[in-house]
Design a protein around this ligand. Structure first.
Ligand code: ZN
Length: 279
């Protein structure tokens, strides 16, 4: 069964700014693979359009993104999509770790890395929920502007797994705060998120669009190649601080968690659905 909505992502350009908007509002923009590849299409289009200097990633409806799709009618975990982020075989038709590792390497870790390296500044415009897989989208962007109704959490430890596939937590915030965030699974509201460095700025919900547009317009006046070099410079510094190798090593622990669940509970998500993850 697939979504009735033909376009899980919308794309528009205005005054050198590309707006890439998650568009499954009826499911709080839960990210299925159709959406992942639509995001990738939109971002590729923005990279190749010389008119575009800055990219804004946002969400339609009440929430930015409630996470990876673990139960909507449009869940497409068993479908084939052409690999773009990594060179590996398709997960469809494979079994066990072979299948999970192939799929999550491509659509989660690989895609987020690919997007992080886009040579144009990317701003995450976050309102409402930014949960688990939603964090990965926000963290693949260069910085985050949030509205005062935004909230952030990674409840994946409830599945017995150490957080989402893109384990940037101890780089995005301090390791101590990352442990609190993960051990409790608690929601951090916008104020707390600002305090711990998870977001750059918080504004009233009604002012969010204007604030993001204003910042994007100022960035758009900078030389494009200078922005690309600067982005690469900061990303390289972050990688020298261990981000890249940290992501790889924790990705192994993540899959150990999935495998343990499959071994003892017969399900790699430990029987969890969206409802179970909330409590
Ligand atoms: Zn996973």
């Amino acid at each position: 069964m697939t979504d009735q909505n033909p376009s899980p992502v919308t794309y528009s350009v205005r005054e050198n700014i590309a707006y890439v908007t998650l568009n499954r509002p009826e499911y709080s923009n839960a990210q299925n693979s159709a959406m992942t590849y639509a995001i990738d299409d939109a971002l590729t289009r923005a990279v190749n359009d010389d008119e575009v200097k800055v990219i804004v990633l946002g969400g339609a409806g009440k929430h930015f993104c409630a996470g990876h799709d673990i139960g909507t009618p449009g869940r497409d975990v068993d479908q084939s999509f052409p690999r773009r982020a990594i060179i590996h075989w398709d997960h469809v038709g494979r079994e066990g770790v072979d299948a999970r590792f192939a799929r999550e390497s491509e659509v989660y870790l690989g895609m987020c890395r690919r997007w992080r390296e886009i040579p144009k500044p990317m701003i995450a415009k976050v309102h409402g929920a930014c949960i688990a897989g939603g964090l990965m989208l926000a963290w693949a962007c260069d910085f985050v502007i949030a509205s005062d109704d935004a909230f952030f959490s990674d409840p994946v430890v409830r599945m017995g797994i150490p957080g989402v596939e893109y384990f940037a937590h101890p780089w995005v915030m301090s390791p101590r705060v990352a442990k609190e965030f993960l051990f409790t699974g608690d929601r951090f509201d916008a104020r707390r998120a600002l305090e711990v460095g998870l977001v750059n700025q918080v504004v009233a919900r009604v002012d969010l669009d204007d604030r993001v547009d204003g910042i994007a317009e100022r960035i758009a006046k900078m030389p494009a190649f200078g922005l690309a070099l600067t982005k690469k410079a900061v990303n390289q510094a972050e990688d020298l601080q261990g981000l890249r190798s940290g992501l790889d090593s924790v990705f192994g622990l993540h899959h150990m968690g999935h495998s343990h669940n499959a071994e003892v509970a017969g399900d790699s998500l430990s029987g969890m659905n969206a409802r179970g993850m909330k409590s």
